[in-house]
Write a protein that binds this ligand. Structure first.
Ligand code: ATP
Ligand code: MG
Ligand code: MG
Length: 535
């Protein structure tokens, strides 16, 4: 359903294509189950889905890249499955790199036997230094027998074995440093969430990705641009093992200003209790932005429009939220809320003596949304910020009611707060022309309905720095104050709203219901950015 809307919505045609698609298209989304999906992952997932399911009649594989037991958990895996479904992405097949551990082991054996890989126990810092300076490892020319023996020790996870790793024998001094004998197998004593203690060593991504892509029939491997240096290495692995070639299609990594898109950093914020959890509305996770009020249709459109761009840019959230507004504005029911601390009581002369209610459309331009009750009486509340602008005898418009004259404005007697309006007297003038008034104001009757207490929450960026560098640490740029709560009173219809409903409080903005109203507990609504302000 999400797909259809994105396709048919105005301006949402994405001109992205793959080459060599005659024999079919198989793509894969390869998340590592080491965190919840964030908006960067959404780009990778949506592009793969777009090619497999929208542009071509192909196949989408979701492959969990679960080769590092130090970081991976079942919880993350389950969350990824759910979040993909939430985005309307249905993989035709789900697989795990760990399903291929035996095959990968055999392929590594084969590489060693062919003299295309060797065991190395060079100390880490030295290895780094040698790779950087184009120097060979002392172990580079060891015999196949020795290499096999060390690989076996690694497999057993012996004290001797864990000191070793396996490296592909590609080049010592290739100008592309990714080609300088990359590590392809390494020991890890931790238990794996799927294979338990069966394996003591694990293949490195650079080794398993091309192999499993080839084995699973992937035709087009989508990778972010920063892997470009590693593309020749990807091809080398397949050639060395005489496996079917796979085409690589590069796309730009997506970054946003004032946003961490790194699972390591997001995990840290969750673990240290700096946010409410992975679904914190300030978080760039799929759950976070949804909780803030992003719709999946808008997410799809926004991301697929970025599709073919290969520039790594720091996107502004403004356009993202503006896209969302386009989707929510036509379907968000209109309601009224008046800030509690700043409400000014007003009496309305000319109103009927007995309070009454009338049915009004929830959205004037979308009658399908149904009707709401508007209560009318001679006692209403008005925002202080509106009241302060009124002139004596000015004609104003009460939205959903009609015009009225401002007949009396009472100010605070305290000299320090003299501009504060303490009460108003209005006089209805229903035959007045609303086009002739400057002010169309929201108001709430305190009779004829029970105003519903609500808590309106606005958020700021978690981070104070626009552009995050790779090694910026969180603590140095965390924003200390990011949550702003206002208490307000809303019209009686708000009592019926459910969690996840998206509405507009007229003249206040769009909101998503995070907690529904219960007697004795206010409803909690999150302000949805619209892309207008900086937030
Ligand atoms: P992180 O840095 O957050 O840990 P990752 O790249 O290590 O991300 P993976 O689970 O390995 O996380 O990524 C799954 C897919 O999502 C990969 O294809 C990866 O290239 C892609 N991806 C990750 N971050 C972004 C991003 N910011 N923009 C576009 N694609 C991304
Ligand atoms: Mg990764
Ligand atoms: Mg990463």
């Amino acid at each position: 359903q999400a797909k259809k809307t994105a396709k048919s919505s105005e301006g949402a045609s994405y001109d992205i294509a793959l080459h060599n698609t005659e024999k079919g298209v198989v793509t894969r989304f390869p998340p590592e189950p080491s965190g919840y999906l964030h908006i960067g992952h959404a780009k990778a997932a949506l592009l793969n889905d777009y090619f497999a399911h929208e542009k071509y009649q192909g196949t989408l594989i979701c492959r969990f890249d679960d080769t590092n037991p130090s970081k991976e958990k079942e919880e993350f895996q389950d969350a990824i499955v759910e979040d993909l479904a939430l985005m309307g992405i249905r993989p035709d097949k789900t697989s795990y790199t760990s399903d291929y551990f035996e095959e990968l082991y055999q392929y590594c054996l084969e590489m060693i036997r062919m003299g295309k890989a060797y065991a190395d126990d060079t100390e880490q810092e030295t290895m780094k230094h040698q790779r950087w300076n184009g120097l060979p490892s002392e172990r580079r020319d060891a015999s196949v027998e020795d290499n096999l023996a060390h690989f076996e020790e690694m497999k057993q996870g012996t004290e001797e074995g864990v000191r070793w790793c396996i490296r592909a024998k590609i080049s010592v001094d290739n100008p592309n440093k990714a080609m300088r004998d990359p590590v392809i197998y390494r020991c890890n004593p931790l238990s794996h969430h799927r294979t338990g203690n069966k394996w003591k060593m694990y293949p490195i991504y650079d080794f398993c990705c091309p192999i499993v892509d080839s084995l699973e029939g992937v035709t087009h491997a989508l990778r972010t641009i920063e892997y470009r240096d590693r593309n020749p290495q990807y091809d080398w692995m397949l050639e060395a093992l005489n496996l079917r070639k796979v085409q690589i299609w590069d796309f730009a990594r997506m970054n946003f200003i004032r946003t961490f898109l790194s699972k390591r950093k997001l995990t840290k914020l969750v673990d240290e209790g700096r946010v409410w959890g992975w679904d914190d509305p300030r978080f760039p996770t799929i759950r976070g932005i949804r909780r803030r009020g992003m719709t999946i249709d808008a997410l799809r459109e926004f991301i697929l429009k970025q599709g073919p761009s290969r520039n790594i840019v720091n996107l502004d959230w403004t356009l993202f939220w503006a896209t969302n507004k386009k989707y929510i504005d036509p379907v968000a029911p209109r309601h009224t809320a008046i800030s509690k601390d700043h409400a000014v009581p007003a009496t309305v002369k000319g109103a009927r003596l007995a309070p009454y209610t009338e049915d009004k459309p929830k959205h004037i331009k979308n009658l399908d949304l149904g009707i709401k009750k508007v209560a009318y009486s001679d006692t209403i509340l008005i925002e202080q910020s509106d009241a302060q602008t009124f002139q004596q005898d000015e004609e104003i418009t009460l939205m959903n009611w009609g015009n009225a004259y401002v007949r009396k404005i009472s100010h605070s007697l305290n000299p320090l707060t003299r501009s504060t309006v303490t009460s108003l007297e209005l006089e209805l003038h229903l035959q007045g022309d609303f086009k002739a008034t400057k002010q169309k104001i929201t108001w709430l009757s305190t009779k004829g309905q029970e105003p519903i207490p609500v808590e309106l929450v606005d958020f700021d960026y978690l981070i104070t720095k626009d552009i995050i560098e790779k090694d910026d640490e969180i603590d140095e740029c965390l924003n200390p104050h990011t949550e702003f709560r206002t208490e307000a009173l809303a019209d009686c219809n708000v009592a019926d709203l459910k969690v996840d409903d998206i509405i507009q409080f007229e003249r206040k903005g769009y909101f998503r219901v995070d907690r529904a109203f219960k007697h004795g507990e206010p409803a909690v609504l999150f302000n949805i950015p619209t892309g207008r302000a900086t937030k």
